[in-house]
Ligand binder design. Sequence first.
Ligand code: ME8
Length: 499
Amino acid sequence: MENTSEKKKFYITAPIFYPNGDLHIGHAYTATVCDVFARMSRLDDRSTYFLTGVDENSLKIQKKADELDMDVMDYLDDWVKKNELLFERLNISHDQYIRTTDKIRHHPGVIAIWNKLNEKGDIYENYYEGYYCVGCEGFKTEKDLVDGVCPDHGIKPDFIKEKNYFFRLSKYTNQIKKVIEDDIIKIFPQSRKNEVLSFLEQGLEDISFSRPYKGQKNVILVPGDESQGIYVWGDALVNYISALGYGSLGQSLDESLYNLFWNNKNSETLHVIGKDILKFHSIIWPAMLMSAEIPLPKNILIHGLMQSGGRKMSKTIGNTISPTDIMNKIGAEGLRFYFTNNIPVFDDGEITEDLIISNYNSGLANGLGNLTNRLIKMMISYDVVINLKEKFKESELYKNNSLSLKKVLQDFNINEYTNILWKQLSTIDNEIQTKEPFKLFKTDPDEARKIVEQMVRDFYTIIHFIQPILPKTVAVISEHIESREMPEKSLFPKVEKEL
Ligand code: ME8
């Protein structure tokens, strides 16, 4: 009998990043959006598992290490250390960081899936003749190119003719179409779902799933044919379940994770990805899982890409903005707020430093930061003492915000959620102007105290729901409100724009 009282499960994955350069603000965005959802899910009292990591086994990584004249593993270890520091600063609360060079955790899963596909008769040998873009680590057709170059990376792809093992992707065209049409795999937003369906409408071709092995260090070899290495995506996509123990089941790894978070109909699974890797996730990955008879992901959220100078920001192109530079100006929480409030989650957005700073000043320095100070000051001056924990969950505001929280975990509209909360903050700000407790206190102090008490209660409820966006700030504000003490220094000092 199933235990119906068991907590809901939520498994969220960020893409695993290519370590071929420093992570830019677009990568910080993906990781932060995942983190906000993971924290929302925990706030909603779901049992949550958040995975991210690094995609190490590709040609362009080897090239990068060669350029620097470094051993590829030394290069990767350095990169991972830097990445950990960045994620720590951004306050990313992942439960696991998977490395695809991990021979114990990851490789057995890749081999296990390959064997399953092979047993199914879905792997066969053939010759591939065509283009390959190292930037995308993807095979390209003439149709994919613009003026002969990859539109995402601005580079001419290599023309290759080689023996590969192919995966019978075409066989799964109708099955994939059906699961997407029927929302068995829900794709967000609708426009991306339509895009995948119209792509499927044109029919799928089988795809190369291996490449000749040329001695690179970190390539997983095809079982039974050491002259071939498993193709980047046939390796990378598997991280989502190898990290949970798939492939090592029964061998003391966290078998329970796989059964709790993937192989469980009560677990909501969500892949968050950029639109650049949509087809890999919504077509190739489900087909691999179908072939291997493994449960499918339940949700895929495709966010837009941040552009700089009108083009996708990319390490390969070199037009990137560093998250560290921005955090040095407005702090990690300033950047987290910018991502959730100002970047339209389902669309591309041009990002400039000016925009980031004006948003920080209005939403945080003048908004949340100012309001915190005003409220605590009034609490102290008018001697307002409140038991904030009392009946905390009974207010209408709490109940409504809990519904918004549940909704955003279903439709992933992170901007709408943030807007609702910041509007509620503005409502308190406006009430201070209209009810003027600072004047009223002189004539009717009890009434003024009541007004302030209600405002503080509302504020305390709102920031409870802001926690996933600004975890550190909310902890600090809550502490100060509970102890009725002014913060020693400004929470969000105003930042001047550079001229
Ligand atoms: O694609 N704006 O890695 P990656 C917003 N290793 N997000 C962006 C972005 C931008 N300009 N550029 C990148 C890979 N991203 C593979 C993934 S998963 C099994 C393998 C985000 O480092 C976007 O979500 O090139 C993209 O999917 C992710 O960073 C990883 O990019």
